[in-house]
Design a protein around this ligand. Structure first.
Ligand SMILES: NC(=O)c1ccc[n+]([C@@H]2O[C@H](COP(=O)([O-])OP(=O)(O)OC[C@H]3O[C@@H](n4cnc5c(N)ncnc54)[C@H](O)[C@@H]3O)[C@@H](O)[C@H]2O)c1
Length: 278
C-alpha cells in the first residue's frame, strides 16, 4: 500500500480540547497537521488553543483557534458556524473533550454525574451531529473519531462510575453513528486509551491523597507492554482512522492501551492506598 493513503492534505479537521495545556487533543491536532491536514483547534482555554494553532501554522498548515465550552450547546453551534466561514467544509472530527469525577457511587452528587455525562457524552453527540450534517451535505464522506477509554468496555472501580458510563455511551454512539452514516461514506470510530501521562494525569500526584507512585506500579501490572501511555501514542492511530488507510474501517473501538484491555483493563475493588505522610 502506498504511503499516500495516510496523507491528509486538503482535509479540514476539528479537534476539540486541543489546547496546548491539555494532552491527547494537542498531540493529535499537531499530528494531523504533520500528516497534511488543516486543523481547527478548539478548547475552553483560549490561550492554550491559540498556542496549539500557532504550532500548527508553523508547520505550514492553515489553522484557527476557537474558544468553546463544550458543555454549552450554543457555543458548539457557534463553533461550527465559525468553521463554515473560515473553511466552508469539515472532513475530520476528533471528539476529544472529556471530564471526570472521582467519588464512591453512594457519595456521588447527582450534579457531578450529570456534568460528566454532559461533557464526555452529550457534547460529543452534539459535535458529531454538527459535523455529520455537514459531511452528509458535502457528499464527500468524512471521519469522526471519538476519544473513549478502556473504561468504556470494562469497569475500573475506584470512583470511575460516571466516567465509565459516559465512555460506554461513547462506544455505543460510535457503533450507532457508524451504522446510520455508513451509507453517506462517513466512518465513525473510537479510540480507547489506557492511562496516558498527560499534564492532568501528572498533576494528580499533587491533588490526591494517594500513594501515586504505588498506584502507577499497580496500573503497570495490567499493561503487558510495561509502561503507561504518552500523548504521542495517540497520533498514529488518529492519523490512521482519519485517513484513507482506514477506508473500510468503521464502528471500530481501537484500544491504544499497551494491551491493558486484553488483560481485562486492570479494574479492582481496591482503592489506592492513602499516603502515609498526609
Ligand atoms: N489521559 C488519560 O489517561 C486518558 C485515558 C483514557 C481516556 N482519556 C480521554 O482522552 C480525552 C483527553 O484527555 P486528556 O487527559 O488529554 O484531558 P486533559 O484534561 O488533559 O485535556 C483536555 C483539554 O480539554 C479542555 N477542556 C476541558 N473541559 C472543556 C470543556 N468543557 N470544553 C472545551 N474544552 C474543555 C481542557 O482545557 C484541555 O485542554 C478525554 O476524553 C479523556 O476522557 C484520557
Amino acid at each position: 500500500m502506498s504511503k499516500d493513503k495516510f496523507d491528509l492534505t486538503g482535509k479540514i479537521a476539528l479537534v476539540t480540547g486541543a489546547g496546548a495545556g491539555g494532552g491527547l487533543g494537542h498531540a493529535m491536532a499537531v499530528g494531523l497537521a504533520g500528516a497534511g491536514a488543516d486543523v481547527v483547534v478548539s478548547d475552553i482555554d483560549t490561550d492554550g488553543a491559540a498556542t496549539t494553532s500557532q504550532e500548527i501554522q508553523s508547520l505550514g498548515r492553515r489553522s484557527i483557534a476557537i474558544t468553546c465550552d463544550n458543555s454549552q450547546r450554543d457555543e458548539i453551534f457557534a463553533m461550527f458556524e465559525e468553521i463554515d466561514k473560515a473553511f466552508g467544509r469539515i472532513d475530520i472530527l476528533i471528539n476529544n473533550v472529556g471530564a471526570g469525577a472521582r467519588y464512591r457511587p453512594e457519595e456521588l452528587p447527582f450534579e457531578e454525574w450529570q456534568r460528566v455525562l454532559d461533557i464526555s457524552l452529550s457534547s460529543s453527540f452534539v459535535c458529531a451531529v454538527q459535523a455529520g450534517k455537514r459531511m452528509i451535505a458535502q457528499r464527500t464522506g468524512g471521519s469522526i473519531i471519538n476519544i473513549s477509554s478502556i473504561a468504556g468496555s470494562h469497569a475500573l472501580g475506584r470512583g470511575n462510575l460516571p466516567h465509565s458510563v459516559a465512555k460506554s455511551g461513547v462506544n455505543q454512539m460510535t457503533r450507532e453513528l457508524a451504522t446510520e452514516w455508513g451509507p453517506h461514506g462517513i466512518r465513525v470510530n473510537a479510540i480507547q486509551p489506557a492511562t496516558i501521562r498527560t499534564p492532568s494525569w501528572n498533576s494528580i500526584a499533587d491533588t490526591l491523597d494517594w500513594d501515586f507512585e504505588g498506584w502507577q506500579r499497580h496500573l503497570l501490572l495490567g499493561i503487558p507492554l510495561g509502561r503507561l501511555g504518552e500523548p504521542d501514542d495517540l497520533v498514529g492511530p488518529a492519523i490512521f482512522l482519519a485517513s484513507d488507510a482506514a477506508a473500510f474501517v468503521t464502528g471500530h473501538l481501537l484500544a491504544v492501551d499497551g494491551g491493558n484491555l486484553a488483560m481485562d483493563a486492570g479494574g479492582s475493588i481496591q482503592w489506592p492506598a492513602l499516603r502515609k505522610d498526609r
